[in-house]
Design a protein around this ligand. Structure first.
Ligand SMILES: NC(=O)c1ccc[n+]([C@@H]2O[C@H](COP(=O)([O-])OP(=O)(O)OC[C@H]3O[C@@H](n4cnc5c(N)ncnc54)[C@H](OP(=O)(O)O)[C@@H]3O)[C@@H](O)[C@H]2O)c1
Length: 317
């Protein structure tokens, strides 16, 4: 019997497989070229039905990779709780078709064991994440940031042990400097838990992973690369061309500051808009395509506050 309101994924969701997926480094994992991030728009403050509609649209169109972290919300932890609710309501039958990531590194709970890179923090945080998401394991667990105080061996061995304990299938690192990335690659490889992926900020306005050698290193060493904030949190869209809309990230939160919208940036955005118009595209499409054209990029990790935005973003594939 079909339950009213029960989600049934679109049976054509893999019809575009040939152009949708890319191999993640030299691994067995294929990731969609566009993945969905839960940093914003999936917290306890956001309408559940909107978050739900975005994930349905994503999965119905072959986006199998959802990216979370312990402190995504707000409040902290609530994006993972939304994921748990989505698992119960809709996605449990599709668990093996999903590639779900979480992370630990930033402040999550008070006291000395609630952030950074200790074994104590990483182990406890992942256990909490699994409970919130109603999952037995995550597909991918990241160290969310480089910790200059904790010995890298401690952080990396915790990642190895997490995989050996069956709580994560693969591991990744995010925002680690190049030298630490090299160390992590060698350490993890020698323990038979190769580094699957590096998560770094890459967009037309911020090219650090290209400039500091991280992207090249990943490509040369068979490590995938996933680009976060590919639209510079919405700057690289038509959102701010004529002021700051009241429902935008810039109007709502402190992560995207009004000062970012300088006259120079606005001028650049208007130029991009002209180019995009000539090609019959949007700025967002142009910005995402630019990243996907870079050698070594596996996926762009977009955020979306509506199904409409995700639809535009997905159309670059
Ligand atoms: N590893 C890390 O340290 C780290 C850091 C940051 C992010 N991340 C990951 O990366 C994911 C994406 O980051 P992000 O949210 O900054 O990505 P983004 O794609 O650069 O920005 C997303 C925001 O841009 C706007 N937008 C998206 N598509 C649009 C479109 N087609 N037209 C107009 N506006 C559009 C929306 O803002 P409005 O809300 O204004 O509509 C949306 O919330 C996160 O969810 C998270 O998973 C990781």
């Amino acid at each position: 019997m079909e339950l009213k309101g029960m989600y049934v994924a679109d049976e054509r969701r893999y019809d575009q497989s040939a152009r949708m997926y890319q191999r993640c480094g030299r691994s067995g994992v294929l990731l969609p070229k566009v993945s969905l991030g839960f940093w914003h728009n999936f917290g306890g403050v956001d309408p559940y039905e909107r978050s739900r509609a975005i994930t349905h649209y994503a999965f119905d169109h072959g986006i199998t990779h959802f990216d979370l972290a312990n402190n995504y919300g707000p409040p902290y932890g609530s994006a993972e709780e939304t994921m748990g609710r989505l698992m119960d309501d809709d996605f449990r039958p599709y668990r093996d078709e999903l590639f779900i990531a979480s992370k630990a590194g930033y402040d999550m709970w008070p006291g000395p064991y609630g952030e950074w890179g200790s074994r104590k923090y990483l182990m406890a945080s992942l256990d909490q994440s699994l409970k919130r998401m109603h999952l037995d394991y995550v597909d991918l667990f990241y160290s969310h940031r480089y910790d200059p105080e904790t010995p890298l061996e401690e952080t990396l061995q915790a990642l190895v042990d997490i995989v050996k304990a069956g709580k994560a299938l693969y591991v990744g690192i995010s925002r680690w400097p190049l030298e630490a990335l090299k160390f992590a690659d060698a350490y993890l490889r020698s323990r038979d838990v190769p580094l699957l992926i590096y998560q770094g900020k890459l967009n037309m306005l911020d090219r650090e992973p290209m400039e500091d050698g991280v992207l090249d290193y990943c490509q040369e060493h068979g490590i995938g690369f996933i680009a976060f904030s590919p639209l510079a949190q919405g700057l690289l869209t038509d959102r701010y061309l004529n002021g700051i809309p009241s429902d935008s990230r810039m109007a709502r939160e402190h992560f995207l500051k009004k000062e970012a919208l300088t006259p120079q940036l606005l001028e650049y955005l208007h130029q991009l808009k002209e180019e995009a118009d000539r090609r019959g595209e949007t700025i967002a499409q142009q910005a995402l395509r630019w990243i996907l054209d870079q050698q070594g990029v596996t996926s762009v990790l977009v955020g979306a506050s509506s199904v409409e935005q995700l639809k535009t973003n997905l159309s670059v594939i």
